[in-house]
Ligand binder design. Structure first.
Ligand code: GLU
Length: 255
């Protein structure tokens, strides 16, 4: 199975911006095992800005673009260092791919990106993708890694996208405020009612929220691919997903 797994800042780092060692170790361990089982794994990882904030001891997420981009440059380096270290423990090789919206709009870049991903997978490497935050401004930016992960899923011709988040999936109401909120297990149409369930931005140091997750779902579903939103606090949940068990909220691709 070729699968894209997107992991958010809130899973990789603590609210302080410092590394969540337990989550990250567990994440790399499970992915290494799935790779050993024969699956093709592509990671879309956020956390560059979040980790940069931690490493530079900034008090909060910077408001201005140059400081945010500087934080991303520092954090991306740290992020890849940790991935390389953890995956190396299980004998896996990682590659860093930083992309912008040009990959979607420029035909040649699209082809290059696709070819590189395919070659890396043939070489048994785990591609780790993020937006090139140091150059991406609003005009050329994809903006959030949920959308980026959906684009990667279609480009790489993957069967499934899994968004690992700090929430179990899409609920009938905000589960933090409403104790009767129920997890929606399966969504086959992005009706107005479903879209209305998405609130605003998610965590403090990340960019995504339910809105961007539903945008990602639309890209995948329209292209005939499934997407799952589930909680990244327990990466072992990926085993259940591969075994086809009902986990989180599954968005069914158009057949
Ligand atoms: N590219 C950003 C980062 O690595 C994150 C974007 C997002 O959280 O969606 O920090």
């Amino acid at each position: 199975m070729r699968i894209v797994i997107k992991v958010g800042t809130s899973t990789l780092t603590h609210a302080s911006g410092r590394l969540n060692i337990r989550h990250m170790e567990e994440f790399c361990k499970v992915l290494s095992d799935l790779k050993n089982e024969g699956h093709e794994i592509i990671v879309v990882s956020s956390g560059a800005i979040g980790m940069g904030i931690g490493k530079l001891s900034l008090k909060k997420r910077p408001e201005d673009i140059p400081t945010r981009q500087a934080a991303a440059a520092v954090g991306q380096c740290e992020l890849m260092y940790i991935y390389d270290k953890l995956f190396s423990e299980y004998n896996h090789v990682v590659a860093q791919l930083l992309i912008t919206n040009y990959v979607v709009h420029n035909e040649q870049m699209h082809i290059n990106f696709k070819n590189t991903i395919n070659r890396l997978l043939e070489m048994d490497v785990i591609p780790i993708i993020n937006e090139n935050d140091t150059v991406a401004t609003e005009e050329i930016g994809i903006g959030d890694n949920d959308t980026l992960a959906a684009i990667v899923t279609t480009c790489a011709d993957a069967e499934l996208l899994v968004l690992l988040s700090d929430i179990d999936g899409l609920y009938t109401a905000d589960p933090h405020r409403c104790k009767d909120a129920e997890l929606i297990r399966e969504i086959d149409t992005l009706s107005d009612d479903i879209i209305a369930l998405a609130g605003g931005k998610g965590s403090e140091n990340g960019t995504g929220g339910m809105v961007t997750k539903l945008q990602a779902a639309k890209i995948c579903m329209d292209d005939g691919r499934d997407m799952i939103i589930t909680n990244g606090a327990n990466p072992a949940i990926l085993y259940d997903i591969i075994e086809g068990k009902a986990v989180g909220s599954r968005f069914i691709g158009k057949k």
